[in-house]
Design a protein around this ligand. Sequence first.
Ligand code: AMP
Ligand code: ZN
Length: 115
Amino acid sequence: MVEECLFCRIASGEIRSDVIYQDDEFFAFRDINPQAPTHVLIIPITHVDSLNEISDQQENLMGRMVIIAKKLAEKEGIAKSGYRLVLNCGSEGGQVVPHLHLHLIGGRKLNGKIG
Ligand code: AMP
Ligand code: ZN
């Protein structure tokens, strides 16, 4: 846990969030500023700054994170209508919070595709 990290503090329960999923490795909660009816953030509980810090040995972690997103899309009732997974990396990638997270966004027709 990184004391000054917002998402570490959310995963530890120190900062309140609207939790929708939790296991030993991952934590998922609703985005405070939702861009669509469903906007969930999935994070590894162990702190990782960004995708840049993910090693080849952690490919399973990334796979499990995507599978959780898929299951949450089903749970949210947007699997059939469709959804988008977004992983921002670094400042030009639009990453604001430096703790790896995957956005699950859906529940409306999304505009555009990239950027
Ligand atoms: P990114 O721009 O990819 O780093 O996304 C960070 C996301 O975190 C944004 O969509 C914010 O709305 C969201 N966010 C920031 N603070 C909180 C919070 N306290 N609870 C839930 N979501 C948050
Ligand atoms: Zn963190």
